[in-house]
Design a protein around this ligand. Structure first.
Ligand code: ADE
Length: 268
């Protein structure tokens, strides 16, 4: 995958992209990241990239010309034919659609990704109307610019590219992939400061362990992000468990991350 990032601060991207899984993905040529300084596409003497807002208002607005020129340069470098579709040009902005695992999956299936990092008080509206194909927000808070948001998007997308993570199975267990939060995990020692690893995980019974994982994921999701359960892909017995836990929860008696099991549900 080729990722092109337009920013006024390319230096911000140096360290996040030069460590761990990301660096390895670059070294293995699974991803290529090109940083473009928007200022390089401004041709006046002082390389001005922003200006006052028409109609007044506080703060400066990013001018359209350098952003259009930067995107058009990338498109021509890629050999992109206008109108052929399939090239996401995304503006990072708090006004965008909320970023999610499914957007990351959608983007990871493409060959190219162009990200534009907004700054200052905003971006000239014509960039939104006539250049970008999408706008993304990474959450309901305001950052100083789109750079950190672009890093989040690229990180989430790149780890989904084939070959980037060691084990494909670990992707399936990720929080959100099955519409559930991830279950609790343990490593050695078996007893740490008197706190023990749940017995079932030591049993070697893979079916029991898989069931426990699933139940714990459901309990955790119900406790922390109940709204996710509406869309989660659950079996009938699991839906019954959810209903039972909800009923107990409303009755005030349940500890959501322990006891009550699928077994006892199906026994009834
Ligand atoms: N730029 C500023 N805040 C942002 C946010 N929350 N998401 C994406 N881009 C941003």
């Amino acid at each position: 995958m080729r990722v092109d990032i337009l920013t006024l601060f390319p230096q911000m991207f140096q360290s996040p992209f030069s460590a761990g899984i990301f660096q390895r993905a670059i070294d293995q040529r699974l991803v290529e990241v090109n940083l473009h300084n928007i200022r390089d596409y401004s041709h006046d003497k002082h390389h001005v990239v922003d200006d006052y807002a028409y109609g007044g208002g506080a703060g400066m607005i990013l001018k359209p010309e350098p952003i259009f020129e930067a995107v058009e340069t990338v498109k021509s470098d890629i050999g992109f034919q206008e109108g052929s579709g399939g090239l996401p040009v995304i503006l990072l902005t708090p006004q965008g659609r909320p970023f999610s695992q499914s957007i990351a999956q959608e983007l990871s299936r493409g060959k190219y990704l162009i990200l534009i990092c907004g700054r200052y008080e905003g971006v000239d509206e014509r960039v939104r109307e006539h250049l970008v194909t999408d706008e993304i927000s990474i959450g309901d808070y305001v950052l100083n610019g789109g750079e950190l948001a672009a890093m989040v998007v690229v990180d989430a997308v790149v780890r989904l590219l084939p070959g980037v993570l060691g084990s494909e199975a670990s992707l399936l267990d990720d929080s959100y992939v099955a519409g559930l939060l991830e279950y609790p995990q343990y490593t050695r020692p078996q007893v740490f400061r008197g706190w023990t690893v749940p017995e079932v995980l030591l049993s070697g019974n893979h079916a029991q362990i898989a069931k426990w994982h699933r139940e714990q994921a459901i309990r955790r999701t119900l406790k922390r992000r109940p709204e996710l359960l509406d869309k989660a892909d659950l079996r009938t017995a699991e839906r019954q468990l959810v209903d039972r836990l909800k009923a107990e929860f409303h009755g005030g008696g349940v500890v959501l991350e322990e006891s009550a099991s699928l077994q006892s549900t199906s026994d009834k």
